[in-house]
Write a protein of this length. Sequence first.
Length: 745
Amino acid sequence: MQINTSSQKLINEAALKQLEEALLMSEQRFHATFEQTVVGIAHIALDGGWLRVNKKFCKILGYSHEELLTLSLTDITHPDDIDIHLSSISQLLTGKIQTFSIEKRYIHKSGFCVWINLSQSLVLKPSGEPDYFIATIEDISRRKAAQEALDKANEQLELRVEERTAELKNTISSLSNAYAQVKRQISTSSEKQHQQIILDAMPAMIWFKDRENRILKINKAAAAWMGMNVEDIEGRSTYDIYPAQAAKYHQNDLEVINSKKPRLGIIEKIKTYSGENIWLNLDRVPWHDDEGNIGGVVVFARDITAQKQAEEALLLLRKAVESSSDAIAMTDINGTSIYHNHAFINLFGYTVDELNNTGGQAIVYTDSLVVQEVFSTVMKGDSWRGEVEIKTKSDRIVPISLRADAIKDKTGKIIGVVCICNDITKRKHAESQLKQQATQLEQTVRELQQTQSQLIQTEKLSSLGQLVAGVAHEINNPVSFIHGNLPHVWDYAEDLLGLVTLYQQEYPNPTPEILDEIEAIDLNFIRSDLPKMLSSIKVGTQRICEIVRSLRNFSRLDEAMMKGVDLHEGIDSTLMILHNRLRASPDHPGIQVIKEYGKLPLVECYAGPLNQVFMNLIGNAIDALEELVASRQLSIVNGKIADNPQIRIHTEVIEKDKVSIRIYDNGSGIPESVRNRLFDPFFTTKAVGKGTGLGLSISHSIIVQKHGGNLSCISAPGEGTEFIIEIPIYQPNQEPPHVLDETEI
């Protein structure tokens, strides 16, 4: 018995533990679903306090979770909507309804109104007593704004239709007597002339048609639009005159005849007989014969192309203004607000109602005299440009770049002011930082000027080598990491995309939420574009690795001692670094590099300093060719000019124990007076700030003093420039380096 009781206890404890784990998992799933849903959800106590709200609910209202919990429903509900909300809650509590859905307004944290669709229901306790409310909200502000705009447009349209109807009634009344006998044959020429004069005097295009679609009478304006004379039209069927459109218009006429009611204000876009697209405002009215029967229709047409084009241009302009990131506002000549776009409202924090109710006085300038200056300038017809400081609704002072211009009517009279504002806080901050940096830079320059004379004696070459090697080393590690992991990323991406495909095959009917997400992220595009993107990244990292190798080859920082070096490798690394200056651009034809490499052995030298010499000489050649293009103002066609800029690099072995490197450019050449001073320290022919005068001096020292060689220059005006480097293949007291055979070169 004791054993059975113990066993039962263990079983109960295990079952209880499983139940607790299941409840915990259920709670976690509920919390995840609650927080990640795309609609705002809240649990509300019966007294109106908040029990739980999700992130979307807080985001719609602009409050943090903690801020929202300190407020009540009445605090965030628009005053005009409190009664209807409380009435709906009362019906829930009395059991009259199970749930309700209303459209109401909440007050956003920023102060403006947010239209939301609220659905709320009551949760009951197991005993049947009310426990709490569940509310879901969805932001419908954009839809409400669009609906309000549509309602306003409909009101304006109805007003225009009423006005047009009244106008047509007057017109029809004045014409009814003149054209009641149209169907009958007009007996005398005087009657015909009189009626035609009346028709031609009308501003609109007018024609009368019978039931058989024949045009009985037409004025000159309508005949001109049809491209014919009045005499050629009257009495003919529209199927003969314009067969392509006759059936459509005949059907419209029959609808008017059969309904016995006019059709007014029909807007149609049609193509004229000359092929031009125009807009017409068409009114079709039935006319009666002597017996009172409907004999056909009279059509009044007005060309409203200019009006439609103006409306479309105005709509496009409004959309552009609304979507502009610039804050735009318009006022009348008294400063009363007329219009403000979304960027303006967001910048200063005031709602449209607040701006309109205060007549624009909500906007406070820190300097009130600026307002007077702006308006006085604009009222003269001039534009005002400047920077001002404006206080926002939250009392934050914002520096603004302001542009104010006059709004004029057709007569040129100034009727208002348009202001364009831009928040320049970041720019002001950047300017302040730049001023500080400029001050520091001036101090640094003064310090550098004091030590400039020591440049030749201290680390002439190590600076560049250390910089290049350091950059290459620092870039190499992360790039190697990225390049090495790209195959794994590729595999993972293929696996994930394969898994998505498998899910779609196994679960072909996803939920609407998943379908919306697939459409939002454009899954098909990701499938096709991701492999291309990874391939592009791989190509890019390979290119960076090549550049890093070139930088390391150029710096040779780890080769402080003399050793056998392939000079061609150093020259190629230098050209790689200078590639951006060699290639063509819209204002530069590009520089052609001709490499005439001979068969060279490994040369005993200091690789880093020698690469610096190549950099100085090739860089000077590029400078000379760029100056040539600029001074001649040569016309560039398809990236080429008549004498295409060239740099030729020639290498060969001379005197069996020396190598020669010749670097030639077909620039403007160097006069003798300048050539004699080329290797003097601090001598330069470049503009101030473009050269230190140390490059050739240091290069000469490297070749002559460090390598026991020779550096010379051959040049004359108009004949280009050639620098010749001659250095021994191996240094005294050094073993001859290994000479490359044909298979190694």
